[in-house]
Design a protein around this ligand. Structure first.
Ligand code: UN1
Length: 493
């Protein structure tokens, strides 16, 4: 098994520290994919220095030329989709079809943002004075920190890396400690596509060590982070004190609402995919199912029946529906929530246990878990579990459904199933979330629309879509006075 260094200045660099982290396959914990440094402040310093040294030349590279490199990286990623997807399944467990989707999202992002390379429009507006021009342009921020989670080991880094690079920034990238190899392969592809050495540097390590040093580093102009609310809050505090820009993409407690007039079979399809896809480890996972009482029995019976038939196992094996969860710590956390739910008086209809039969004992598997008779204020209906656990909450009206859907501290993704156009549009208007779906589950965002949420889900930024460049660029306003005399704005008009 290979021992890797950090990736700094276009090559593998030994860390000053001997401490290491192992990347293990969560479906078979005895399989180690690689050993990576557990970096601290010294390694972060070296990475920031390399990124800053690369800045002047990268910033001077024309936007279209930067876009070409990103496009080539996207095409290489597309060529190697299968290889990358298999690596992802081994490194973080999601089933192969989903891993292919994750890589595809990166390919889409590359093509989309490369297309923006000739379109970073500024504005030219009239001046109030004669012989004077007024206009705006986007400029890079400098060297930015990108800190990403393990649940979308390719897609989420591409949401951040590609726009950051297109805008002319250089990067220090700290991927989650559970998925270092996917991160390394992605950056190698960028360099193979022509990205100059030092433009993206990777430091491997833990949040409280490498991540903390990176956020605090005075050479870092901005931080883009996806992860948990407590970590996001901590980063926001640090950045606030330093007046450093930070964009945060945090948790969710997303819900599917099923109204009495909905196509229940379709809603069950959506709930299965939304709740148990990626073993529920998406910030967009459907962890609450709010069901209008007239259809409660139909919906719940069909859901339990179908969820009971989902096949748990190694995501590389054909026919497996649900893979492992990321590690033993998460497995424990997920199970602790089952105990919370039981303690709160919710009724466990399915799962609620670690799966240990046969081969499953080698990895971190949790059975798809469904709670019924959940009340909206229970902890299992309020807190992000990040596992294959969902809560059925009965309601008696559309008003109540919307109130319950909106009644958490999060606001990422909400969905409603109905056959009534009026109900659908009320939902679009009144659901409090960054992303709303009608007749589709809470997962499945596409990169050409902004991704992000309100309330504790973030701090007002969006990723991808037409606003992708906003978190990574600064507006500059430019005035050119060719009158040859002093003209005083607001005075000489
Ligand atoms: C995440 O859950 O962290 O919409 C990102 C989706 C995916 C992205 C999810 N396209 O579920």
């Amino acid at each position: 098994m290979e021992r890797h260094g950090n990736h700094i200045g276009g090559r593998s660099v030994e860390a000053a520290t001997d401490a290491v982290l192992e990347s293990r396959n969560p479906a078979r914990l005895d399989e180690v994919l690689g050993v990576f440094p557990r970096s601290g402040a010294a390694e972060v310093d070296a990475a920031v220095a390399a990124a800053r040294a690369a800045l002047a030349s990268w910033r001077a590279t024309p936007w279209p030329a930067r876009g070409e490199i990103i496009l080539r990286a996207g095409l290489l990623l597309e060529e190697r989709k299968e290889e990358m997807a298999r690596l992802m399944t081994r490194e973080m467990g999601k089933v192969l079809v989903e891993a292919r989707g994750d890589v595809q999202e990166g390919v889409d992002m590359a093509k989309y943002i490369a297309g923006e390379a000739r379109r970073p429009f500024g504005q030219t507006v009239p001046s109030e004075l004669r012989d004077k021009w007024a206009m705006t342009m986007r400029q890079p921020l400098g060297t930015v920190a990108i800190i990403t989670p393990w649940n979308f080991p390719v897609a989420i880094p591409t949401w951040k890396l590609f726009p950051a690079l297109l805008a002319g920034n250089t990067v220090v990238f700290k991927p989650a400690e559970d998925t270092p190899l996917c991160a390394l392969r992605l950056v190698e592809i960028l360099e193979e596509a022509g990205l100059p050495a030092g433009v993206v540097n990777i430091v491997f390590g833990l949040g409280p060590e490498a991540g903390e040093a990176l956020v605090r580093h005075s050479g870092i102009a901005a931080v883009s982070f996806t992860g948990s609310v407590p970590t996001g809050r901590h980063i926001a505090g640090l950045c606030g004190g330093m007046l450093k820009r930070c964009s945060l993409e945090l948790g969710g407690k997303n819900a599917i609402v099923v109204m009495a007039d909905a196509d229940v079979e379709l809603a069950v399809d959506g709930a299965l995919w939304g709740a148990f896809g990626t073993s529920g480890q998406r910030c967009t996972a459907s962890s609450r199912l709010i069901v209008h009482r007239p259809r409660l029995a139909d919906f719940t019976d069909a859901l339990v029946d179908r969820a009971a038939r989902l096949r748990l196992g190694d995501g590389l094996v054909e026919g497996v529906d649900v893979g492992p969860v990321i590690n033993a710590r998460q497995l424990e956390r997920i199970h602790a929530y089952t105990e919370v739910g039981l303690g709160e008086g919710a009724r466990l209809l399915l799962g609620g246990e670690v799966a240990r039969d046969g081969e499953l004992a080698r990895g971190c598997f949790y059975r798809p878990t469904i709670f019924a008779e959940v009340r909206p204020q229970m902890r299992i209906a309020q807190e992000e579990i990040f596992g294959p656990t969902t809560a059925v909450i009965p309601v008696d009206s559309l008003d109540e459904a919307l109130e319950v859907a909106n009644g958490t501290g999060y606001g990422l993704s909400l969905s409603l199933y109905t056959a009534d156009l009026r109900t659908g549009f009320r939902a679009i208007n009144e659901l409090e979330a960054g992303i709303v779906y009608v007749n589709a589950p809470t997962i499945g965002a596409e990169i050409q629309l902004p991704f992000g949420g309100i309330k504790n889900t973030g701090n007002g930024h969006r990723e991808a879509g037409t606003v992708a460049l906003d978190q990574f660029s600064e507006w500059k306003s430019i005035y050119v006075d060719y009158s040859g005399r002093l003209q005083r704005a607001q005075i000489d008009v």
